[in-house]
Design a protein around this ligand. Structure first.
Ligand code: NAD
Ligand code: TDX
Length: 338
């Protein structure tokens, strides 16, 4: 176990779903940390996600692209960055099927640009001393491909088998991060996490789509027969896992983060519909479940994801704090009240 304390942290993609939750989490939990938040504000990022941050004066927002090497070099120098936490990505599988090019640019070239900038800056600044600098890369369980019902959950030893342009681009970025550790000694850690849910998630993703459809009284699109399985984790638990890895994770190591919380899409949908029956003030229908509509399946749709988070628990003492029952209620209420 290592013992690292970040002082000046560059967060990429901090105006997106998980990034903005992480910025909030870190500003509240580490009262001496300064965060520089670099985000291109694509369709998925919004400054509205950063309203009302705790201790706002310790947060600096920069609008810019992770592929812009000149900008990254300047930010590392100007803010004396000792820690990079890399969330920025094109993140939606359906978009990667419709238009894969930007996924390669942002997820592969963007990660490469950050790694190169970090390598050069930290070589001069601190000779890549792992006690003085850290590059943490945020990745996904989707790099491991798909599981059948009988397969054991993904562990850190599971071979990579990405099936969508999105997961292939994330796998490419994971390999680059790994290579920078082995080749250049850059002190990196990577986390591969399961599906997140919670406040500030973009409306294109499944749970916000179900909630919005219920509110508007429109049909809820369930791909295929709804039997696909995902392992859901409350976003704040992902943030606490990332924090644990940055502080205590071993450079060069990979950690899988997950909720031990597998649900079929159809059952998630029914659960959210029941909560909407309970909470919606002027419901458009008597029972929201009546809105469920099976639509054409996603091409190459991975059937099941599940994470074995034993290493996070045993090596770092991490476990999710939120139960699904409480987390999904909080999430539905957050969307209804915003
Ligand atoms: P998101 O799409 O909500 O946010 C992505 C953010 O990155 C946006 O604010 C966007 O403006 C920014 N961005 C995109 N391209 C950029 C560029 N070229 N330069 C700078 N900023 C750019 O995504 P998310 O769901 O918050 O996911 C964040 C990270 O976590 C991603 O790397 C994703 O692969 C990973 N991840 C997500 C989940 C999940 O369930 N959402 C699960 C596991 C891992
Ligand atoms: O309208 C929908 N109907 C539907 O049935 C949508 C948007 C999705 N789905 C299904 C597809 C998936 O099986 O629901 C499941 C979840 O879909 P998404 O929310 O699009 O997430 P997923 O494709 O599982 O990927 C998410 O988790 C892993 C994130 O978007 C990724 O960034 C992360 O890496």
């Amino acid at each position: 176990m290592s013992n690292f304390t970040a002082k000046n942290m560059l967060v990429t993609g901090g105006a997106g779903f998980i990034g903005c939750n992480f910025v909030r989490y870190m500003l509240a939990s580490d009262t001496s940390l300064h965060i520089v938040n670099l985000d291109k504000l694509t369709y998925a990022g919004s400054l509205a996600n950063l309203k009302g941050l705790p201790d706002e004066h310790r947060h600096t927002f920069i609008e810019g692209d992770i592929c812009d090497r000149v900008l990254i070099d300047r930010l590392l120098r100007e803010y004396n960055i000792d820690t990079i936490v890399h969330f920025a990505a094109e993140s939606h599988v359906d978009n990667s099927i419709a238009g894969p090019a930007v996924f390669v640019t942002t997820n592969v070239v963007g990660t490469f640009t950050l790694l190169e900038a970090a390598r050069h800056y930290w070589l001069n600044e601190c000779a890549m001393d792992a006690e003085r600098c850290r590059f943490h890369h945020i990745s996904t369980d989707e790099v491991y491909g798909t599981l059948s019902r009988q397969d054991p959950a993904f562990s850190e030893q599971t071979p990579y088998a990405p099936n969508s342009p999105y997961s292939a681009s994330k796998a490419g970025s994971d390999h680059l991060v790994r290579a920078y550790f082995h080749t250049y000694g850059l002190p990196v850690t990577t986390t591969n996490c399961s599906n997140n849910y919670g406040p500030y998630q973009h409306g294109e993703k499944f749970i916000p789509t179900v909630i919005r459809s219920c509110r508007e009284g429109r049909s809820i699109p369930v791909y295929g027969d709804g039997s696909n399985i995902r392992d859901w984790l409350y976003v704040e638990d992902h943030c606490s896992g990332i924090d644990a890895v940055i502080r205590r994770g071993v450079p060069g190591e990979v950690y899988n983060i997950g909720g031990i919380n597998e649900w079929t899409n159809l059952n998630i949908c029914k659960l959210v519909c029941q909560l909407m029956d309970e909470y919606a003030e002027q419901p458009k229908v008597d029972r929201h479940e009546s809105l469920i509509t099976f639509v054409a399946d996603r091409p190459g749709h991975d059937w099941r994801y599940a994470i074995d988070a034993t290493k996070m628990h045993d090596a770092l003492g991490w476990q999710p704090a939120e139960t699904f029952e409480t987390g999904i209620r909080k999430t539905v209420l957050w969307y209804l009240n915003r």
